[in-house]
Design a protein around this ligand. Sequence first.
Ligand code: ADP
Ligand code: MG
Length: 249
Amino acid sequence: MGLLEVKDVNKRFGGLQALGNVNLSVAENTCHAIIGPNGAGKSTLLNCLVGKLIPDTGSVMFDGQSVLGRTPFEINQMGISRVFQTPEIFGDLTVMENMLIPCFAKRDGSFALHGIRSVLSEGELRDQAEQMLDDVNMLDKRNMHSASMSRGDKRRLEMAMCLVQNPKLLLLDEPTAGMARADTNNTIDLLKEIKEKRDITIAIIEHDMHVVFSLAERITVLAQGTPLVEDTPENIKGHPKVKEAYLGE
Ligand code: ADP
Ligand code: MG
């Protein structure tokens, strides 16, 4: 039994079958990559795991409990954190203020902006946030206005906002998209380090095969909303079906 168990999930958008009988099992403390061409349904699948979308049929179990019928916030409280395909940070806030939101939410089960601002002077949460920013090499940027940062830094901040919650399951939707090669390599190193240091399970959607093969222990290939094959990176590399569907060969 995996930490995450997706069974026979279907999701339609009008006439379009975005997900068709998706089964996926992500084992605890592994990194599982989901790859596939644009429009394959990868983001839709992730949205079904975090309560942003509700599958038409099927089940999604996390740590022995169903996530279906719960709000994204409740699912987050169960131990799932997610990095979006497009960075979702609060541009008007500083890096540090952004970091305090998940710290606050985890501790109190809710958050309010005035609360975050008053907490800035509070030791415990601030130390937690600063430590995490240090881990991702962003401590020197803590007072920066978030909107003015580079895309790479925004993604890095978003990743730190997820990791500071110490999630059991981290979901990443194309975390290195739009990053320069150096930032991509930093992200790989950061994720490797996190995997070594913590009990964490990672499910990652990624187009960059260098990232996938650097991190993943299992790979699921999704094509037209259905898993085509699931295997180890070594076997996926040479798989004829994968070459045909994904690499267009
Ligand atoms: P991927 O992340 O693999 O590129 P998506 O999950 O974003 O693919 O999309 C899968 C398919 O579902 C695409 O054809 C996309 O256009 C469609 N789709 C995704 N979200 C919606 C939506 N909210 N409404 C209608 N169609 C959608
Ligand atoms: Mg997507």
